[in-house]
Design a protein around this ligand. Structure first.
Ligand SMILES: Nc1ncnc2c1ncn2[C@@H]1O[C@H](COP(=O)(O)OP(=O)(O)OP(=O)(O)O)[C@@H](O)[C@H]1O
Ligand SMILES: [Mg+2]
Length: 355
C-alpha cells in the first residue's frame, strides 16, 4: 500500500483537485484507492459526491476519540468498486484542541495507526491536507511514504515551496522515517509567457523532484468537482482527464522503479564532506538534488568553532554523479560561497561532482 500525502500550506494550489482526480484515474486502472479527506473544509468529500452533512461519522471520530483509530472501517464511504473515501467534516478543525493534552508522539500517530489495519485492502491511500502545517498535516506526513506538493505555475510560488520543503525537512527529522517528495506543477496556462517561464524555472530548480506531468488549467476540472465526480468519469477527453491520467501512469511507473532500485557496485555511495563557515549564522542546513531539496535530509552534521567562526560540517553519502545544492542559512537559501559557478542566464550555481 502506497500512502501519498498531498501537501502545500498555500491555499488553492490544487491539492484537492489532485487528490480526487488522481484517485479517479488510479481507480479507473483498477487500483484499490482510499481517499482520506483531512481538510475540515471537506472539499474532497464533496468532490466525490458525498455531502458531509449527510454522513453520520467522519474522520474526527477516528482521530479524536480514544480507541477511534480502530474504527476507520466504520466511517468509510464507498464511491464505487475501486474507490472509497474517509470523509471529513468541519469538526476536524477542533482536533488540535481536542488532543492538546496528549503527548506529541501519540497525537501525531493517530492516522498512521488507523491505516495499519487496512494496509492489505488498498493499493493507494491519497491524503488531502488542509492549507496549513498543523496537527492534521503532521498526521498525514507521519502516515505517508510519499508526498506530492502541487505548485501553482500561474504565479511565482517557488519561495513558498522552498519554505515548505524546509518544514518537511524539519518534520522528517521528527517523524523518523523517509519521505519521497515530488513537486507537481498545476494550473498551467501555456498561453502565457509568464507560466512558461515559471515552469522552466521550476524544472531547473527541482529537476528530478518535479513530476514530468504538468496539470494544465482546465475549466472542466471545476465543473467535475461541482458535479461530485472525478474528471475521468465526467469528461473523459478533457485536458484535465488527460493530465491526471498521465500523472497516474507516472506514479504507477515510479512505484515500479522504487521497488527495484539496486545500485551496482561502481554506483555505491561515497562519503562526501563539505564545510560552511559563518560568524553570525545560527542554523545551517544543506539541500540539493541528492536529498530532494529537503534541508539536511539524510545528512550528518557537525558544528565546530574555528577561532571565533562557526564551522558547519556536512557529511553526505552520494553515488557518483553531479549534484546541485544550496545552503539554507537561518532560513535563507544561498549558494555555497566557496563553490559558486557564475551562470550567464541566472543565479550562480553550486555543484558537487562525485567520482
Ligand atoms: N488544473 C486546474 N484547472 C482549473 N481549475 C483548477 C485546476 N486545479 C484546481 N482548480 C480550481 O481551483 C480551485 C482551487 O483548487 P483546489 O481546491 O484543488 O486547491 P486546494 O489546494 O485544495 O485548496 P485549499 O488549500 O483551499 O484546500 C478550485 O476551484 C479548483 O476547482
Ligand atoms: Mg483543498
Amino acid at each position: 500500500m502506497r500512502v501519498i500525502a498531498i501537501v502545500n500550506q498555500k491555499g488553492g494550489c490544487g491539492k484537492t483537485t489532485t487528490t480526487v482526480n488522481l484517485a479517479g484515474c488510479l481507480a479507473d486502472d483498477e487500483q484499490r484507492v482510499l481517499v482520506v479527506d483531512l481538510d475540515p473544509q471537506a472539499h474532497s468529500t464533496l468532490a466525490l459526491g458525498i455531502d458531509p452533512e449527510e454522513v453520520d461519522e467522519n474522520l474526527y471520530d477516528v482521530l479524536a476519540e480514544p480507541g477511534g483509530e480502530n474504527r476507520l472501517d466504520e466511517i468509510l464511504v464507498d464511491v464505487d468498486e475501486w474507490l472509497d473515501v474517509a470523509p471529513a467534516a468541519i469538526v476536524l478543525s477542533a482536533l488540535e484542541q481536542r488532543l492538546a493534552s496528549e503527548p506529541l508522539e501519540t497525537r501525531t500517530e493517530r492516522l498512521r495507526a488507523a491505516l495499519a489495519p487496512v494496509s492489505e485492502a488498498y493499493d493507494y491511500v491519497l491524503i488531502d491536507c488542509p492549507p496549513s502545517v498543523g496537527l492534521l498535516t503532521f498526521n498525514a506526513l507521519r502516515a505517508a511514504g510519499e508526498v506530492i506538493v502541487p505548485l501553482e505555475t500561474s504565479e511565482f510560488a517557488i519561495h513558498g515551496v522552498e519554505k515548505l520543503l524546509e518544514t518537511i525537512g524539519l518534520l522528517v527529522e521528527r517523524i523518523g522515517h523517509d519521505l519521497t517528495v515530488r513537486v507537481l506543477p498545476t494550473l498551467y496556462d501555456g498561453r502565457t509567457r509568464y507560466a512558461r517561464e515559471t515552469l522552466a524555472r521550476v524544472r531547473e530548480r527541482f529537476k528530478d523532484v518535479c513530476f514530468d506531468t504538468v496539470i494544465r488549467s482546465n475549466v472542466k476540472l471545476r465543473e467535475a468537482a461541482a458535479k461530485g465526480r472525478p474528471i475521468s468519469r465526467y469528461a473523459r477527453s478533457a485536458n484535465g482527464a488527460i493530465d491526471y491520467g498521465a500523472l497516474a501512469i507516472e506514479i504507477e511507473a515510479l512505484g515500479l522503479l522504487m521497488n527495484d532500485e539496486l545500485p551496482s557496485l561502481d554506483e555505491a555511495p561515497r562519503e562526501v564532506v563539505v564545510r560552511f563557515r559563518d560568524e553570525r549564522a545560527n542554523d545551517v542546513r544543506i539541500a540539493g538534488d541528492f536529498n530532494g531539496w529537503i534541508p539536511d535530509k539524510g545528512v550528518r552534521s557537525l558544528i565546530e568553532s574555528d577561532s571565533g567562526t562557526r564551522v558547519w560540517t556536512k557529511i553526505l553519502q552520494l553515488p557518483p554523479g553531479e549534484y546541485e545544492y544550496r545552503y539554507v542559512v537561518d532560513g535563507e537559501w544561498v549558494e555555497d560561497p566557496e563553490n559558486a559557478q557564475p551562470e550567464p542566464t541566472g543565479a550562480p550555481r553550486s555543484v558537487l561532482v562525485v567520482r
